[in-house]
Design a protein around this ligand. Sequence first.
Ligand SMILES: [Zn+2]
Ligand SMILES: [Zn+2]
Length: 638
Amino acid sequence: MAKVTLPDGSILEVVDGTTAKQLAEQIGPVLARSAVAAKVNGQLVDLSTPITTDTAVKIITLKDDEGLEIMRHSCAHIMAEAICSIWPDTKLVYGPTVEEGFYYDIDLDEMIRPDDFERIEEKMHEIIKADKPFVRKEMTRTEALAKLAADKYKTDNIKRADSNIISFYSHGDGFEDLCRGPHLPSTGKVGSFKIMSVAGAYWHGDPTQKMLQRVYGTAWPTKKELDAYLLRLEEAKKRDHRVLGKQLDLFSFNEAGPGFAFIHPKGMIIWNAIVDFWSSIHDKYGYQEIQTPIILNEQLWHKSGHWDNYKENMYFTNFDGTDYAIKPMNCPGGCLVYKTRQHSYREFPMRIAELGLVHRHEASGVMHGLFRVRQFTQDDAHIFCTPEQIESEIIGVIELTFEIYRTFGFDDFRIELSTKPEKHIGSDEIWDISTNSLKDALAQERIEYKINEGDGAFYGPKIDFHIRDCLKRSWQLGTIQLDFSMPQRFGLVYTDKDNTEKTPVMIHRAVLGSFERFIGILIEHYAGNLPLWLSPEQARILPISEKTNDYAINLQDKLTAEKLRCGCDLSNEKINAKIAKAHSEKLPFMLVVGPKEVQSNTVNVRIRAEKETKTIEIDKFIKITKQKIADKKVDLAF
Ligand SMILES: [Zn+2]
Ligand SMILES: [Zn+2]
């Protein structure tokens, strides 16, 4: 008999060799029906896996993220079978899951076109309807290599596998694919799916290799969820920041500088509003600010390790016979500032922020408006402290980060902690101290998080912050990274209590990541309807006719004197045309003024996205608006 510990802590005794599926049946018929896989001792496995020792087991359903991923990945196999049955020459490469879907890379000379999606989907429906079991078969690495010797892609996959037991999965008949698993118990467990697109992709992203075809799909437990997802995509298209950026005259790109954004006057107003807020909150949390050069001697980048690890993404230049690099990160500059004088433990923690302009050469294929650019401003900071101060510093960064996200209207966060990778520097002791400090800080703040075991940087563990926007899209923004390498490389020291010189702990952190990208996210999250405090033009006065132009001009002066960003439309257009124009520019407030308003010293306010208008005294409008700006309110109604 084996003792199985269930997630609720209860213990169930089962006969040795009982499969996870049978265990689910013992627990209850509802769970057995919805089960798709199991987690045995922390490892995801097929439902057919036997349980042979005392262990912890969780039955996985489509309600679990892991279950959804297993379904999507299983759907990739089904799509592969469908494609192979239509084009028997297809060579399969690999088919992982991605956020909200999956893809399969295939090598096929004939191009798959969107017109073909329907017949691939039809074939997939057949496979799903047949409800064929996913059957696992194992062999040794040597046997697997012999079996697939003629297939260079699968041979490569086997060589990259970290286990000596290699597994294959078949759909109960002829179709078989090399895969680590796990999968659904049978093809019929796939919910609703759709093939989304096809694109070229190099093998392992290497442009010297053959261009493959990458077929993307998505899969959801129900048709309703699939439809909701497709609707979200439609909505995202409407919110595309590249389209809105042009419509609202915020920024542009030019082939003279691919991947370098030109920020227009209205875009700069948003930018500066963010900088003002960013500076004030960093003041509040005890940061000091520095600025370091963009171009620095190449030798510095040898010392920092960027030359060895990041050279391909860096820009270089040469003058006066000396090689220079354009900084991809701000850290080395920060270290040089630190080294300009001696430091004592008494000064710690030192929190040094920098809005640093960095250049990173991204491949042209991955560029996407402001989301992926080659030049951006990073809201960076480096904290120098003692090991004992790590935990309280991390807490400070977490609180600062959350306050910033909430102010911008994001309150759906996800945190991930990445721990010591196999290849690392620094003693186990310092890794333990710092990883535990990160965990303790998260526990202290009562924050749930996911652990990415072994996924930290070689120089230290890290915490990543992800936010979800209104379309449920996830964005990684902030990061906190401990670094045991750079302070040593740069010979940074401080004098400790016992009068000896020690190496400080260095914490790298960014909250928004890239200003450019964050502005892109804001534009899409709000569909261009930015909160009042970020709006380039907060109000526009619209005189009904020439007769009220003087009143309108006086009013504009008054509002401008109160530091409100206010325009005035003195064109000869009819009032409805003026309203339509202001509407297309997504202005928060339109102030319509006619003879009635002149007489009563009021304005007629049209609030963005509201049908009703309101007549209100000018002073009152100023007071309300200024309060909303000061409070950074998202809601415009009053
Ligand atoms: Zn698989
Ligand atoms: Zn850094």
